[in-house]
Design a protein around this ligand. Sequence first.
Ligand code: LMR
Length: 334
Amino acid sequence: MKFTTLFAGLVAASMSLAAYAQQPIVIKFSHVVAADTPKGKASEFFAKKAAELTKGKVKVEVYANSTLYKDKEEMEALQLGAVQMLAPSLAKFGPLGVKEFEVFDLPYIFDDYNELHKITQGPVGKMLLGKLEAKGISGLSFWDNGFKSFSANTPIKTPADLRGKKLRIQSSKVLEEQIRALGALPQVMAFSEVYQALQTGVVDGTENPISNLYTQKMHEVQKHLSLTEHGYLGYAVIVNKKFWDGLPADVRGQLDTAMKEATTYANKIAKEENDAALEGVKKSGKTQIHTPTKDERMAFKKALAPVHQKMESRIGGDLLKAIYKETGFDPSKL
Ligand code: LMR
């Protein structure tokens, strides 16, 4: 081989090696809701911050609206390493074998975001995230969405109005028990299938924070929405542990900072997004919105209070007590 040919070959090889070395680390972030929701916006915010802070070393690709995976599949994909990051709702960790997360599904356990943050942003939240390690998952943060309300095609003023109805829920045993306590029939279903199930009458109603109801256009196929705000729906941002631990330490540190900033952003916009979505539902004129009176609210609380005791052994009495202590919640006072 002539020297010049050899030299040219070496130059080409080293150039492609350099190009390879500059390839960004890709984080596939899959989720199931629309882009213009608290989670959708926070994941985009994280992607932007991650690129900024790592100076382009990391590229976060966000796949919204179940375009990559549905609820159950995304958990499996994360564990297999097909995606690196998710933010499933806390109700979706039970099937993974981490039942403690279902504590967040207990009806009326948090009165407002302040009470909730005492848990998600405090030691109990940290302890809960730690439980994921055994599943090959690292828990990075909690992101808010909001408080769920019931919708159906008939008015919902009292618990009896839901009796006998088929209601779609997320994959949580606590939510199943909650629906049974109302004399209704729980139907576990992936989020991406709910609109069609409501439209075709496979289910009669469901529960959602308003941002999810509105951005999936469920209000177009639900004539009644009652602002029961009977339970919380929020997220744990999680990563494949092997992938995360294998990142260069400086990059991981920068991503930690990006996640902190994204969490502040997520928890700031969550209420605003849900309030705006409620305005959107109102403006659409497609759904009648009912705000329960004090007595109506109390009737729902009384009907749902037994769920706490029924689920205590599943969730763990100590965890329940720790949360009650922190938030001042007393189920016997319902
Ligand atoms: C649901 O399935 O209703 C929610 O978990 C969707 C979501 O991610 O907010």
